[in-house]
Ligand binder design. Structure first.
Ligand code: SF4
Ligand code: SF4
Length: 170
């Protein structure tokens, strides 16, 4: 009989304790967000999707040399008359399927601000291997485009959802 009442007391006490914790947190501000309509902005040193600016790149290839995964390729522009290479990029590609997000390309880039850098986007969704390779040409958006082999044309990234419009860039 005593054991029975002890059990009833313990169960009631556990219920009251649980209710008290619920009440304590009920009126505190929420620490979670309604993803995906609301998104947390990561700290500035976060290494998200790589972005590239063809307008500031000097086609020095230091990023490609620094990359341990060999996922960067680029070609510099050629002067139409002298046929000599000029410090402007003709095209630039980066394979996110091979990238390990080490940040060495960003560190090696000598331009100010950086021509290649980690943005703050953490949402990656690819429907096939082709979409992992981002391409840039002068005039392309900072997030790049992907090559569509069926249409034989570049297309914008459908799955790219920027966390915020102004990317962290040093
Ligand atoms: S983050 Fe690292 S692995 Fe990725 S492209 Fe840059 S250097 Fe290469
Ligand atoms: S992104 Fe930077 S390091 Fe890479 S080629 Fe352009 S200027 Fe050089």
């Amino acid at each position: 009989m005593i054991a029975y009442f002890r059990l009833v007391f313990r169960s009631t006490w556990a219920f009251v304790e649980g209710l008290w914790i619920t009440l304590r947190y009920l009126f505190k501000p929420s620490v979670t967000v309604q993803y995906p309509t609301e998104k947390l902005v990561p700290y500035d040193a976060f290494r998200g999707a790589l972005l590239f600016d063809p307008a500031t790149c000097i086609a020095c290839s230091l990023c490609a040399k620094a990359c341990p995964s060999a996922c960067i390729a680029l070609e510099s522009q050629v002067h139409p008359e002298t046929k000599k290479r000029v410090p402007k990029v003709e095209w630039y590609t980066l394979d996110l399927g091979k990238c390990n997000f080490c940040g060495l390309c960003q560190e090696a880039c000598p331009t100010k601000p950086k021509s290649v850098w980690h943005g703050l986007d953490y949402e990656f969704a690819f429907s096939n291997r082709d979409e992992m390779v981002r391409c840039w040409k002068p005039g392309f958006p900072l997030a790049g485009r992907v090559w569509d082999p069926k249409k034989k044309a570049f297309r914008d990234l459908e799955s790219h959802i920027p966390v915020r419009d102004v990317e962290a860039r040093r």
